[in-house]
Design a protein around this ligand. Structure first.
Ligand code: MGD
Ligand code: MGD
Ligand code: MO
Length: 787
């Protein structure tokens, strides 16, 4: 039967009206006693969403007779955060999904085949203990890697330390632009914008560069619209007409992979038109420092002679016409100029940058990016002269390309030239996740000093192809499918491992490779009353048990404890999650004053930190966490790669100069969608009815030449591999790019997995940068044909 949503609601209302009416005719006493006997037992529980959409929606849950039946938003102290999205509501359905792992499993088929037998917890833990012990005895604790997905809140940190194992969560992911930006700023991980998004009401111009915030940080939509209502002009630069583009004042379509070139062109325009803030640059950046012509290093005070100087760089003092250390009292640094000192030619960083920018003209940028010259000109003029301005990027645009660091570096320079860093209403960086807000230090659980984690040897991506110590992987989540491009190499690596355990609530594709599988509870289930706690969005959030663990699952806390017990080490762990959270709250940070488990309970498990009411803003004191404490525009360590200043660089694979582009002319991109969080919610039927299966999106021009129409089954292929999905012909995708949302499971494809084709080549120079090379998932060439 096909009942429309509207008629279903109407029937529901009529039904309850009838019930109400019959109640009126019954005696009050009779009604009460009947209700008391038969009434379902209903309780309210509080928790929050831990998935990696960053939304952190807080939930008020109704549990009836032990079953979760309703999720509505819990109230935050700052009610602008009180909300829930389609994924939060769907948890009611997902938690009870048939895809749940119900018992521990032991593999009986080949790795990847998915053949298992059910075993008891005792058997599973005995086997794990045996395998881990022998690996530690033979190769040491570093032979064990705990590899965590981002959706997991409790990540076995105690056990990792007790075993001296390695730990990784997402190395090589979401760090492409931060690699360039943070070299300049020395900010926080992932290169988030400096100011909280609630500060956008003070911005006049907001540019989203490859950032689909209205799908990927849904909970910040309110701040997007507040900024718009307050008069900010919102510009989206995206090859495709994204959801965010559709709600903005202007959409600029850019040729994929060329964002760095656009930003370089903007820098030149700002320099040529004198749209920069010279005073800001002299005061707050390395622009007046001096670059030596002979070795391209900065001229600095010899620390041995002068003692340790906080900022050892020399500048040319305008007042005395001589060389002075930057920190000299009363120094008046010259922004531009060339000088000869003891026979060595030097010029200011600013002058050197101007020279370096010469070839990045407006015409050049327009040709590279395929954006009209006048559009780039107006964009730049607005950015530089109609501030405060935010330049906010995402993680799925240029970030997942091999040349991402160049764009991050150029973006930082744009912020410095225009004084938009450490400014009310300004910022440069990643605009997702509500990444900057007030925060507070939490205590960590102390273990005896003889226990220590092994340092992480290398990124996830490298481990598959380079000699390394890991023999055993404890896979927390779905990392094997999700985290690596080029799945066939991942499979080779997995097959070479001695032992693989997956711990997850759901039977995801990584489970199929595992030797032992443990059914974890979801974040809504626990053996204990209190589960977890986070400081997020200037609040403390605590999660309560909502329901008992389903099937034979156990909470992650309990699994860690039982694994540690097998090694006789569980006495080092907190007895209950509540003990752990109580301890974490005793850091002495004044921002936690008055926040205890008891007061949290009284406040429905959400309390705002003791912090000012205004939005958080970073670096307002203009003191940066770089060696010079200034914004560092010039990166000495990148001289050998010709990237001391950002220089235009081709993508790793997806560009026309690559001979492969003749055979594989389409660029394959994998965006994130509001319907799922990576590989999660593929099994939530309520959402699936809207977005039921993977679809390869393709522009009508590219579809026509391949004789494709919506609904056709296509093969997407390159020299690494192939997969099959239905296609959708659309105008909102830019010609030349095809796209399939990341996260779909192998079993949802007609054949193969999307990671069969993704690019796993890392950029050598990025090993020198603070987060190491980024995985260039989107920097991938493919061809598409009808099956
Ligand atoms: N609902 C939901 N929210 C999520 C997630 C999720 O899975 N689901 N995942 C979270 C995580 S971990 C991440 S990393 C973020 C990702 O968040 P975003 O970065 O916002 O997401 P994407 O959709 O990957 O990419 C953003 C936009 O970049 C555009 N783009 C593609 N190539 C280029 C290019 O070369 N240049 C430019 N300028 N734009 C380009 C795409 O068309 C897309 O509209 O989302 C987070 N939030
Ligand atoms: N090709 C391609 N690949 C990509 C991307 C892309 O754009 N293209 N995006 C990349 C990005 S940006 C990111 S951040 C990563 C994300 O990669 P992941 O973080 O690995 O993605 P999720 O699918 O969210 O994985 C969460 C897993 O944790 C499990 N889980 C959830 N809650 C719990 C719990 O309480 N306990 C336990 N034990 N398990 C739990 C879920 O069932 C799920 O299997 O993927 C990356 N991979
Ligand atoms: Mo991500």
């Amino acid at each position: 039967m096909n009942i429309s949503r509207r008629s279903f609601i109407k029937t529901g209302l009529a039904g309850s009206a009838t019930l109400g009416l019959s109640g009126m005719f019954t005696s009050r006493k009779w009604f009460q006693s009947a209700a008391a006997e038969n009434a379902p037992k209903e309780i309210t529980r509080f928790t929050y969403h831990t998935t990696n959409c960053g939304g952190r929606c807080a939930f008020k849950c109704t549990v009836r007779d032990g079953k979760l039946v309703k999720i509505v938003p819990n109230n935050w102290t700052d009610t602008r955060f009180s909300t829930v999205c389609l994924k939060g509501i769907s948890e009611i359905e997902r938690i009870y999904s048939p895809d749940r792992l119900k018992t521990p499993l032991k593999r009986v088929g080949e790795r990847g085949e998915g053949k298992f037998v059910a075993i008891s917890w005792d058997e599973a833990l005995t086997e794990i203990h045996k395998k881990l012990s022998s690996s530690i005895a033979k190769y040491g604790g570093k032979s064990i890697l705990f590899s965590a997905s981002s959706g997991i809140e409790y990540t076995y940190q105690q056990l990792v330390t007790l075993l001296g194992a390695q730990y990784v969560c997402e190395a090589g992911i979401d760090v492409g632009l931060a690699n360039g930006l943070e070299e300049c700023i020395g900010g926080q991980a992932y290169g988030y914008v400096q100011n909280e998004t609630s500060d956008w009401v003070n911005s006049k111009t907001i540019i989203f560069l490859g950032c689909n915030i209205l799908e990927t940080t849904l909970t910040d939509s309110k701040f997007f619209y507040a900024a718009k209502d307050a008069g900010a002009k919102i510009i989206v630069i995206d090859p495709n007409y994204s959801t965010t583009a559709s709600k903005s004042d202007q959409w600029i379509s850019i040729k994929p992979g060329t964002d760095g070139d656009l930003l370089l062109g903007m820098i030149t325009l700002i320099l040529d038109n004198n749209w920069y803030d010279a005073e800001y640059l002299v005061k707050n950046s390395s622009a007046p420092f001096l670059v030596r012509e002979d070795n391209k290093q900065l001229l600095r005070v010899e620390q041995s002679k002068e003692g340790n100087v906080e900022n050892p760089f020399y500048v040319w003092d305008k007042n005395s016409h001589s060389l002075k250390p930057y920190n000299t009292e009363g120094v008046n640094p010259q922004l531009e100029g060339e000088f000869t000192i003891d026979g060595v030619k030097v010029k200011t960083v600013f002058t050197a940058m101007k020279e370096n920018q010469k070839s990045y003209t407006l015409k050049w940028a327009s040709e590279k990016t395929e954006i009209d010259e006048d559009v780039i000109y107006e964009l730049t003029k607005r950015y530089a002269t109609a501030g405060p301005a935010v330049l906010g990027w995402g993680f799925g645009g240029i970030d997942k390309w091999g040349n991402a660091d160049v764009a991050g570096h150029a973006g930082a320079i744009l912020g410095a030239l225009t004084g938009n860093i450490g400014r009310v209403g300004g910022a440069v960086g990643n605009a997702l996740y509500h990444g900057s807000s007030w925060t507070a230090a939490l205590n960590s659980w102390e273990l005896p000093p003889e226990f220590a984690q092994a340092p992480l040897e290398m990124t996830t991506q490298d481990r598959r192809i380079k000699e390394n110590s890991v023999r055993v992987v404890i896979n927390l989540g779905n990392t094997l499918q999700q985290h690596f491009a080029n799945l066939s190499k991942t499979e080779e690596w997995i097959n070479s491992l001695d032992f693989l355990v997956t711990i997850d609530p759901f039977h995801n594709p990584s489970v199929n490779y595992s030797d032992i599988v443990l059914p974890a509870s979801t974040a809504f289930e626990s053996e204990y009353d209190i589960i977890n706690m986070q400081v997020n969005r200037s609040h403390v959030l605590m999660s309560q048990k909502v329901i008992e663990p389903l099937h034979e699952s156990k909470s992650d806390f309990q699994i860690e404890k039982e694994m540690a017990a097998r090694f006789g080490l569980d006495h080092h762990l907190p007895k209950t999650p509540e003990d752990l959270q109580r301890h974490r709250l005793t850091s002495g940070d004044p921002r936690l004053d008055g926040i205890t488990i008891e007061t949290l309970r009284e406040n429905n498990f959400i309390m705002r930190l003791k912090v000012p009411n205004e939005p958080y803003r970073g670096f307002m004191d203009q003191k940066y966490s770089t060696p010079s404490t200034k914004l560092e525009l010039y990166h000495e360590k990148m001289v050998e790669y010709d990237q001391a200043f950002p220089n235009s660089d081709l993508p790793s694979e997806a560009h026309k100069n690559n001979s492969l582009s003749k055979q594989y002319p389409l660029q394959f991109s994998q965006a994130h969608t509001r319907y799922r969080v990576h590989s999660q919610f593929t099994n939530a039927k309520w959402i699936n009815q809207i977005d039921p299966h993977p679809k390869l999106e393709i522009n009508s021009k590219d579809a026509e030449s391949r004789k494709l129409k919506t609904g056709d089954l296509v093969e997407i292929f390159n020299e690494r591999g192939s997969f099959q999905a239905k296609c959708k012909v659309t105008e909102y995708l830019r010609p030349g790019q095809v796209r399939l949302h990341e996260g779909w499971w192998t079993e949802h494809m007609k054949a193969g997995n999307l990671q069969n084709v993704t690019n796993d080549k890392l950029n050598e120079r990025q090993y020198k940068l603070r987060y190491g090379p980024v995985i260039p998932y989107n920097d991938t060439l493919v061809e598409v044909k009808k099956i």
